[in-house]
Design a protein around this ligand. Structure first.
Ligand code: NAD
Length: 478
């Protein structure tokens, strides 16, 4: 059933407005105009949602895995049926080019529901260890709090395994991009899950998010977002010893070793631009630090410049062929611009771009694609997450130094290594302290565990590891 535009809270199987009547406006990244609005939930609304999830928990946990799997598959089908509508919304929310948005931001998360269904079916919920039966049970009521950059991917990474494993949940998407999750809640409504199993709370982090984290009837908080909010959430959740999983920021290194031939080097550097600029750099795993042998600094700058000038000029994301859309919000434009100014102030060499608004764009959240070279790893732009189309090129003198630079970060989310010698690439990859690392362009694997080392968080999403995150373990001795 479609919701009324002022009633975007989906609690206990019904659509309703916030108790305060307050609304949050959502803006269109392509022109800065109002795109829509959602209800801003109060603590009381959150309480209602948590209690609904608690009431429905035991029956859902006791539902056969096959039925939960079928429910997940109905959600996947519902997402595919409304894929174009979802892609249009997310393109306007995030700025990601529409064609890529459909493939990456809608169809990938739809698949995540099918994958979770398979895990629910095939998981071995019981095992024997000596005189014990070890039973895996759903953890309980899950509070899922998500960011705006890949809204449905981050939601599906939590929601699909939570529902498939028998948890009930409350989802709170980011206020910058909540409209896609309202459509998702309509799809869940249509899919006919029991009331209270899935609840949607739209609202702010400070009010709705914190009420979820503090609530005594929430068993687990699964959070994706900034490291600063993650720290706050982990410390609040400690008050009631909730299970917490955190998927936080990154500053991922792209280590290009010194043994590539000129053609390979050209290809790898161009690939590095793509993996930094995907979704205008608003990607937690973006390869924002490109490490090149010092002798290759000049060719790297030349190839990067050519790639960006020919393929990554800012453009309207619904226009065919555009690879670089706007950022998601004015806040994000301000943050990125501040970092570009900081890079200049710290004497990184500006190769391309700069802090000015790109020509030809009077409205919308556009920034110039920017590249700094001769960046040293202690500069702010090499240490902090920028979340925009800003690439830093860092020279190194030998392999050990490259590894030290790669690891010289408070983050440890992702990375890449390139070498013409596969064994050497793997050896270097093992020395890098990140939860994920791509060797010589290894493709994304949706069943591989995803998550961070160090201040990129703890816990793993996707695949079997992501499914087990939502299970408790009980040993019964006979
Ligand atoms: P954010 O931390 O500001 O917000 C994320 C979510 O948390 C939002 O729903 C927000 O309302 C909520 N929130 C904020 N403060 C809260 C609080 N005190 N209590 C409870 N909830 C609170 O992050 P963002 O700006 O929306 O997203 C960008 C960040 O997300 C980047 O740092 C990026 O790296 C990170 N990210 C990480 C991954 C990953 O998997 N590791 C994936 C995507 C994005």
């Amino acid at each position: 059933m479609a919701h009324h535009p002022d009633k975007t809270l989906f609690i206990d199987g019904r659509w309703r407005a916030s108790g305060s009547g307050d609304l949050i406006d959502v803006f269109d990244s392509t022109n800065g105009e109002k795109l829509g609005h959602v209800s801003s939930a109060t603590g009381d609304d959150v309480n209602d949602a948590v209690l609904a999830a608690r009431r429905s928990f035991q029956a859902w946990a006791d539902t056969p895995a096959e039925e939960r799997a079928l429910a997940c598959e109905r959600i996947a089908t519902g997402m595919r049926d409304r894929a174009d509508e979802l892609a249009d919304i997310i393109t306007r929310e995030t700025g990601m080019p529409r064609k890529l948005c459909l493939a990456v931001q809608v169809l990938v998360p739809a698949d995540a529901f099918d994958r979770a269904a398979n895990h629910a079916r095939t998981f071995e919920y019981e095992q024997e260890i000596g005189n014990s039966i070890v039973v895996h049970e759903p953890v309980g009521v899950v509070a899922a709090i998500t960011p705006w950059n890949y809204p449905l991917i981050q939601i599906a990474a939590k929601m699909a395994p939570a529902l498939a494993s028998g948890c009930t949940m409350i989802l709170k998407p980011a206020q910058v991009a909540p409209l896609d999750s309202v459509v998702l809640a309509e799809i869940v409504d249509e899919a006919g899950l029991p009331d209270g199993v899935f609840n949607l709370i739209t609202g702010t982090g400070r009010t709705a998010g914190e009420a979820m984290v503090d609530h005594p009837e929430v068993d687990m908080v699964s959070f994706t977002g900034s490291t600063s909010a993650g720290k706050l959430i982990a410390s609040r959740a400690a008050g009631s010893i909730k299970r917490v999983s955190l998927e936080l920021g990154g500053k991922s290194p792209n280590v290009i070793l010194d043994d590539l031939g000129p053609e390979e080097f050209d290809k790898v550097v161009r690939d590095g631009v793509a993996k930094c600029y995907m979704n205008s750099g608003q990607t937690c795993t973006a390869l924002t630090r490109m490490l090149v042998p010092r002798s290759m600094l000049e060719p790297a700058e030349r190839i990067v410049t050519d790639e960006i000038e020919s393929k990554y000029q800012p453009g309207e994301p619904f226009t065919k062929g555009v690879r670089l859309g706007p950022l998601a919000s004015q806040d994000q434009v301000d943050t990125v611009t501040d970092y570009v100014n900081k890079g200049i102030a710290e004497n990184a060499r500006l190769v391309l771009g700069g802090p000015e608004r790109p020509e030809g764009f009077d409205d919308g959240y556009y920034v110039k694609p920017t590249v700094f070279s001769e960046v040293s790893n202690d500069m702010t732009i090499a240490q902090e997450e920028i979340f925009g189309p800003v690439l830093s090129i860092l020279p190194y003198d030998n392999e050990d130094e490259a590894v030290a630079i790669a690891n010289g970060s408070p983050y440890g989310l992702a990375g890449a290594v390139w070498s013409s010698d596969q064994e050497r690439a793997e050896r270097v990859a093992r020395r890098i302290r990140t939860g994920r690392i791509d060797i010589n362009g290894g493709a994304f694997n949706p069943e591989a565990p995803f998550g961070g080392y160090k201040q990129s968080g703890y816990g793993r999403e996707n695949g079997l590891f992501g499914f087990e995150e939502f299970l408790e373990v009980k040993s019964m001795q006979r």
